[in-house]
Design a protein around this ligand. Structure first.
Ligand code: SF4
Length: 351
């Protein structure tokens, strides 16, 4: 019987981030998984990921979709998006994610309002939006159309570090990102944010502060993943200080679970760049959400935020079967036809 692990402050977080003791790390993962299963039993909820456009107005220094990169740009048609959504419905996903680069045009907004309201009306799927920063008015329109969750990664809560990851102009302001997160909350979205782990310049102290930041912001969902350097981006030449982004990511899922308790935590596909069983390891270390890609196969190669992205040759059917097999291998199962909304969100609504 192991002694219960309590993560209640920065000192506890830093201790586990830095420890090399295999036994302690293993105990941390076991406890995080036990807490996860207390909330969700052995269920993992799927969000079908529709990467509907790789067009982006921004130029983040780490991203394979950044404006200055010459890549084949695409935007899916309404019919293609509905087709992917129907697949999610038919296969019991319950939820989907509509994701793109940042496109702040009225045309795009009206297109999204139309698509989101159609999906809500025809399929009644729960929708997470991941579309970058927008005005409060636009976010409200998307909420009114039927979007209920929004994922906007802060990437790092350290403003100085944020500035090193982004161009120095008024399109890439840390404060705008923070304001958008606050607006999302005031509109009534389930709010998700997250960070990259193992970034250049990032320290253990930054990662511990990120977890405190999530707590302070009272977020509902977390999307954290290891930083995968992209050779065609400016940040590539700066080598990270922290070693082993993969194992640090697993620690962060576990620490987030024990510190934040009832939030939804995604096991990102990027983990598989480092370890074939990356997502299974995350799901047994505190994570409880999978985001199988349902973007048409012919477009996937053009949505490479990071290099060596897994699943880009696969079909949505193959991803579905593969992920279910992965879940069986860790004695978990898909939460079929369930929204799997953030428990934390409903608790904070009651307060
Ligand atoms: S991280 Fe997002 S906003 Fe930044 S360049 Fe990439 S797609 Fe655009």
């Amino acid at each position: 019987m192991t002694k219960e692990i309590c993560i209640s402050n920065k000192k506890d977080i830093l201790y586990f981030l830095k420890t090399k003791s295999k036994k302690r790390i293993q105990n941390l993962f076991v406890e995080a998984n036990t807490l996860s299963e207390k909330y969700r039993k052995n269920k993992v909820h799927f969000r079908g990921l529709i990467e509907f456009s790789n067009v982006c107005e921004k130029n983040c220094l780490y991203c394979g979709l950044r404006r200055d990169l010459e890549i084949d740009r695409y935007t899916m048609t309404k019919e293609e998006i509905l087709n992917a959504a129907k697949f999610c419905l038919d296969n019991g996903y319950g939820s989907l994610v509509i994701q793109s680069g940042e496109i702040n045009t009225q045309k795009n907004l009206y297109f999204l309002v139309d698509v989101i309201s159609t999906i809500k009306k025809e399929y009644n799927l729960q929708m997470t939006l991941s579309l970058g920063e927008m005005s409060k008015t636009s976010l409200q329109k998307l909420f009114d159309a039927g979007g209920r969750r929004y994922l906007l990664r802060i990437e790092t809560s350290n403003e100085k570090l944020y500035k090193k990851l982004h161009p120095n102009d008024d399109k890439h302001l840390f404060q705008n990102r923070l304001n958008t997160l606050k607006n999302l909350k005031s509109i009534g979205y389930q709010v998700g944010t997250g960070i990259m782990i193992g970034l250049p310049y990032q320290t253990y102290n930054d990662l511990a502060n990120d977890l405190l930041f999530f707590k302070e912001l009272n977020i509902d969902m977390l999307g954290m993943g290891p930083y995968v350097p992209h050779p065609k981006t400016p940040l590539y030449k700066i080598k990270p200080k922290l070693k082993d982004a993969f194992n640090l990511s697993l620690k962060m899922y576990a620490l987030a679970r024990l510190f934040l308790k009832d939030v939804n935590i995604a096991a990102p596909t990027a983990l598989q760049v480092f370890d074939k069983k990356g997502r299974e390891k995350a799901l047994t270390s505190g994570a409880n959400i999978l985001m199988p890609i349902v973007t048409p196969t012919n477009l996937r190669k053009n949505y490479l935020i990071y290099p060596d992205k897994p699943c880009i040759e696969d079909t949505k059917e193959k991803c579905f079967n593969c992920l279910n097999a992965r879940l069986r291998s860790i004695n978990k199962e898909m939460g079929k036809n369930e929204f799997g909304d953030s428990i934390h969100y409903f608790k904070r609504q009651k307060k």
